[in-house]
Design a protein around this ligand. Structure first.
Ligand SMILES: NC(=O)c1ccc[n+]([C@@H]2O[C@H](COP(=O)([O-])OP(=O)(O)OC[C@H]3O[C@@H](n4cnc5c(N)ncnc54)[C@H](OP(=O)(O)O)[C@@H]3O)[C@@H](O)[C@H]2O)c1
Length: 275
């Protein structure tokens, strides 16, 4: 086991990629603090972790909010006495706000995407850095996206730009924290059929005439294999990625095997993008 007796925090760990990461960390021996928006989702992952023989703490709530960030960090320290690993998984398209007018809509969208995909991670890193510096060790992995590596007409500019910012922030933080024996890296997932994608795929088959009659899962597989022109194109390995793929990449980056890797962004996308 690569992470025996380590304590890890995973934000937005109740479903999808976050859940996959939390379970992979536990599989390698880590105790895991699971944050998620809803109590039930976080608690159900914590149950799975306990069934594997590890300890787990549930800290529900909106991790874009400073009091919740403090609860996560303080809860981890109080319960386990230390923190070794922080995985900032929170992110995504955000919750649509009710606003009128194009400019107001654009401002609200950019603010929401920034808060969820970058600001929350910056604040979480700032909350944890003093402890990592004091203990002279720590591992941070931020979950970005291939949308942060390259622009695509299929992805909103706000999401791609902010994920690109997250990759660059990771590099700055790696510079700042490196002398304290703290590694900071990014994982960039490709296409993972989580609830976020289920919703998006359903919308496509329901609203676009060219996909009419398709099942949402069938649409996602065709997308992943590059069967629709101008959407994602051809992925060399011709298969989708999974939450476990992201979890295994995170395990590697926070393990001793990666002790000399920092400031990097690792694409886990079936080979679609090459840098
Ligand atoms: N799926 C992909 O193909 C893909 C590709 C590239 C990058 N990513 C990135 O991977 C990460 C995870 O995406 P996903 O697809 O796994 O998402 P998902 O399936 O939609 O899961 C989202 C999780 O985040 C939690 N959450 C949402 N807002 C939160 C908040 N403000 N505070 C705390 N928890 C919150 C949800 O909590 P509840 O369950 O409690 O409601 C849920 O557990 C994101 O950063 C996303 O940008 C995903």
């Amino acid at each position: 086991m690569k992470l025996k007796d380590k304590v890890a925090i995973v934000t937005a760990g109740g479903r999808g990629i976050g859940r996959g990461i939390a379970l992979c960390l536990a599989e390698e021996g880590a105790d895991v603090v699971v944050n998620s928006f809803h109590q039930e989702t976080a608690a159900s992952v914590a149950q799975e972790i306990k069934a594997m023989g590890r300890r787990s703490l549930v800290v529900p709530g909106d991790v874009t909010q400073i009091p919740v960030i403090n609860q996560v960090v303080q809860g981890a320290l109080k319960t386990f006495g230390k923190i070794d690993v922080l995985v900032n998984n929170v992110g995504g398209g955000g919750r649509p706000k009710e606003v009128t007018g194009m400019l107001e809509q654009a401002a609200a969208e950019w603010d929401g995407i920034f808060a969820l995909n970058l600001r929350a991670t910056v604040l979480m890193c700032r909350a944890i850095a003093p402890y990592f510096i004091k203990q002279k060790s720590g591992k941070i992995v931020n979950i970005a996206s291939m949308a942060g590596r390259f622009s695509s007409r299929a992805t909103p500019a706000s999401y791609g730009s902010v994920k690109a910012g997250l990759i660059r922030y990771t590099q700055y933080l790696a510079d700042e924290l490196g002398p304290h024996n703290i590694n900071v890296n990014t994982v960039c997932p490709g296409l993972v059929y989580t609830d976020a994608w289920v919703t998006g795929a359903k919308r496509m088959v329901e609203t676009r005439p060219e996909y009419k009659g398709m099942d949402s899962r069938e649409w996602f597989i065709a997308l992943n294999q590059g069967k629709f022109p101008n959407i994602v194109g051809f992925t060399p390995l011709m298969r989708e990625q999974t939450p476990e793929d992201m979890g295994r990449a995170v395990v590697f980056l926070v393990s001793e095997d990666a002790k000399n890797i920092t400031g990097q962004a690792l694409n886990v996308d079936g080979g679609k993008f090459k840098n």
